[in-house]
Design a protein around this ligand. Structure first.
Ligand SMILES: Cc1cc2nc3c(=O)[nH]c(=O)nc-3n(C[C@H](O)[C@H](O)[C@H](O)COP(=O)(O)OP(=O)(O)OC[C@H]3O[C@@H](n4cnc5c(N)ncnc54)[C@H](O)[C@@H]3O)c2cc1C
Length: 436
């Protein structure tokens, strides 16, 4: 049996690793992971790559070496489509940055296919956003933003040293969900490190971060306590928080609100929502929802094709909310993690010709980190049955432990402990911030 997983992200890499151990190692199935990148960075860390508090070159997991150690095969490729009748995935030609072809257009056959290709930013068709705003969908985009940030800080420092005291770096972040809120705080931390590391002219007053939200409050998906706590802390840092402000167009150096106000800015990050990649809506016969997600059965098999499983941000998995309303499992790392475990279990059951289990989503709570300043969160389940609110250092530790749990899923406990120790040593011997 050959299982092909496309997308080695928060869910896909965990699944490939588990199946490699449970099936690949014992020769019960061939496991193939396909990704368009050569390395994996856990997506919830991308805002830290963007600010420089995380060096992606150190933290990234190389797919090939990881596959070799964990009994699966890695193939580099970008999914372009699926031919369900012939049970093959279609991979686009792979070209390098200069446009030279590295790998031709190819096909990969499968007995079972798992789609785990995540999501992309949703610009909701707002004029100019695709051209002028940065998205944080991939490590490459996060690195690009970081490079621009470094260049702008260096130029600002020079202008201030030349006596142009009115100069500021203006960053606008559109969307006050977790990504927007966390990135705002990270930018102030970045400014502190830039000043400490020699750009001495720059003070917090020279950074102007505007966090712009169309709705009435920050973190709309989280409770009031977390939302107001994060709002207060961001204002203390100096963030210009603007709620009830809808952006209707983006220009090269400014944003325009619904009321016609023009907000001048040097860097713009669009973090106002996600959707699954558009081409999923063209996979013949598969049902998709308004967010382009492939609609799945309770077993996480695609509706109408039991040989395709879908997990993570690209899966449209209906659930009933506590208020009895039908909704979709939210596009979050914990959903991808839980779905990966469920798909792994079901593929093993399929092999043994047993009945598949239904996926049950458990909301384990939410955590939001404001860089190293503070964190807020609410944990659910286990001992915190009625919900446990966390704040400050404890919330920050819980937040960090989320990444450690992802590392446990891909490295196991022993290696994760060694990696955590290596991180501590790196913290001591390397610069605390990436400044190039
Ligand atoms: C800045 C940021 C902060 C976040 N913070 C949080 C948080 O605090 N908590 C939380 O729960 N969630 C957070 N999220 C959301 C979370 O990252 C996602 O929900 C989660 O990563 C989804 O996992 P996934 O496996 O579905 O997709 P991903 O982790 O996005 O992985 C998708 C993989 O598919 C690959 N891929 C994509 N397209 C193709 C293609 N055509 N062909 C081949 N490979 C492809 C990609 O390279 C990637 O490796 C955050 C997201 C961002 C961007």
């Amino acid at each position: 049996m050959k299982i092909v997983i496309v997308g080695g992200g928060a869910g896909g890499l965990e699944l490939a690793t588990t199946l490699g151990h449970n099936l690949g190692k014992k020769g019960k199935a061939d496991i193939v992971l396909i990704d368009r990148n050569q390395t994996h960075i856990w997506k919830p860390l991308l805002h830290e790559v963007a600010s420089g508090s995380l060096d992606a070159d150190i933290d990234a997991v190389g797919y090939r070496a990881h596959a070799y150690k964990n009994h699966f095969e890695f193939k580099l490729g970008t999914l372009g489509g699926v031919d369900r009748a012939r049970k093959v995935v279609l991979l686009d030609a792979f070209v390098d940055e200069e446009g030279e072809e590295i790998l031709p257009q190819r096909e990969e056959s499968y007995d079972y296919l798992v789609l785990a290709i995540g999501s992309v930013s949703n610009d909701f068709g707002v004029e100019g956003v695709a051209q002028h705003c940065t998205f944080l969908d991939s490590p490459a985009q996060a690195r690009r933003f970081h490079q621009r940030l470094v260049d702008r800080f260096i130029r600002l420092n020079r202008d201030l040293a030349d006596g142009q005291s009115d100069r500021k770096l203006r960053v606008a972040i559109i969307g006050a969900g977790a990504t927007g809120v966390e990135l705002s705080a990270e930018l102030y931390k970045a400014q502190e490190w830039f000043t400490s590391y020699g750009l001495r002219e720059i003070t917090p007053e020279h950074l102007e971060v505007s966090l712009i939200e169309a709705g009435p409050r920050l973190l709309p998906a989280l409770n009031d306590r977390i939302s107001s706590g994060a709002h207060e802390e961001l204002v203390k840092l100096g963030v210009n928080v603007r709620v009830n402000t809808a952006i209707v167009s983006a220009r090269p150096r400014s944003l325009v609100t619904k009321e016609g106000e023009e907000i001048p800015t040097d860097l713009m990050v669009w973090a106002a929502g996600v959707k699954a990649p558009e081409f999923l809506t063209h996979i013949d016969g598969l049902e998709t929802n308004r967010a382009n997600q492939i609609v799945v059965e309770p077993t996480l098999q695609a509706k109408g094709d039991p040989s395709i499983f879908v997990l993570g941000d690209c899966a449209g998995c209906p659930i009933t909310g506590p208020d009895g309303q039908q909704k979709w499992v939210p596009p979050r790392a914990q959903s991808a993690h839980q779905m990966a475990s469920s798909v792994g279990r079901n593929l093993c059951l399929l092999l043994r010709e047993k009945t598949l289990q239904e996926f049950q989503y458990k909301d384990l709570g939410s955590l939001v980190s404001l860089s190293q300043y503070t964190a807020f969160g609410r944990l659910m389940g286990g001992l915190a049955r009625g919900g446990l609110s966390l704040e400050g250092k404890v919330a920050r530790m819980a937040y960090v432990s989320l990444y450690r749990m992802h590392q446990v899923a891909i490295y196991g406990w022993t290696r994760t402990a060694v990696v955590a120790l290596a991180d501590k040593i790196n913290h001591f011997i390397r610069p605390r911030f990436k400044l190039h």
